[in-house]
Design a protein around this ligand. Sequence first.
Ligand SMILES: Nc1nc2c(ncn2[C@@H]2O[C@H](COP(=O)(O)OP(=O)(O)OP(=O)(O)O)[C@@H](O)[C@H]2O)c(=O)[nH]1
Ligand SMILES: [Mg+2]
Length: 371
Amino acid sequence: MNVSWRTLATVLLEDEVLDKAFSRAKKAADRVDDPDRIFRVRKQMTRMVQTAADIIATEFQELVSAWPSLDQSPLFDVAMIDACVGCDEYRKNLATLQWAAGQVQRIASQNAKKIIRTGRTDLMHEARREAYGRISSVMRQVGPSLAWLSEARETLKRLPKIDPVLPCIVVCGAPNVGKSAFISALSTGKMEVNHYPFTTKQIHVGHFTHRRLQYQMVDTPGLLDRPMEQRNHIEMQAIAALEHIGSLVLFLVDESESCGTPYAEQLNLLEEVKTLLPDTELMMVSSKADLLHPRPAMWSEVVEAETAWREAGAEGEPMLPLLLDHADRVSISATENIGLDAMRLEIVRRVKSARPNNPMELPEGWYRQDV
Ligand SMILES: Nc1nc2c(ncn2[C@@H]2O[C@H](COP(=O)(O)OP(=O)(O)OP(=O)(O)O)[C@@H](O)[C@H]2O)c(=O)[nH]1
Ligand SMILES: [Mg+2]
């Protein structure tokens, strides 16, 4: 299961939970109707105590079961949770709510017994007041956990949504080399915009589908585009998390240097990325081919092959010629839409060879019944 933080309900804070519980309890008591005064008060007081506890316990139990359990989450999600908010705190605060749910129920049943056993209405009121006091004191203890979870939800909502079962292409390179433009040009449909909570930059997640298998592409602005010594611990953890989802790393270089980073420096970064993600296949891609002087010799050959393939319905997996530049590097132009179809097919081939027995993929001409 993929974490979907956006669908989690808002976390109510201490006072909000108490207000909700006590006002529902009051309404429940107001509905009690009994001509006998003692019976009426007894019913009112037990209803109040039990309703207040039920509202709180349900609130907390629903929250605890809606939030992903770390033991059952994909490694990428766990690593991201750890990087963004900390797994220990995450576990501890959910456990606190679980404890509080049990605690308020216990208080309610103890005090309901007191109410039922007495015939004196003043003692009934007294037992109700005592229950409210004890419940309020439990709530004061969980206040910090609720505040923490509320903030964690806001933080985690900004994370990119990635399905760990599907191939994922991690796109990196120095700032401004054209990562976002590349993902956008390769994507069909709308690109999602998200954030890593610790960078201010927008990250883009794009998708394309090939033979019914969806390929995800993620941007890494501010994550892999700076020298090691400028990164903090949290970013390093986020980078480590990429290792769990990346089927392929594409490293974009901008030889035109219109990005502002000298080419030699971009190559240093490339070496660093290789050491950061040692187990993921890496492919270097030269961006902004339209800015190269002279243009790659194969320019028109690639334009013709890609146009013909698209006009024929973009079927199958032909070996479209990749746009190679003067140094035989695979290149693309996102703005001119050149080399992108060939690139997409190359990605498919590389992902396939990296995960040879992909259960999600069917042979050509086969169709899944359930889609
Ligand atoms: N000529 C040309 N310009 C391009 C191409 N791709 C991107 N650019 C331009 O390069 C600039 C940076 O592109 P982005 O896609 O934002 O680069 P980025 O790597 O995502 O940048 P950050 O997210 O800031 O690291 C923009 O002004 C783009 O228009 C291309 O293929 N050709
Ligand atoms: Mg970008």
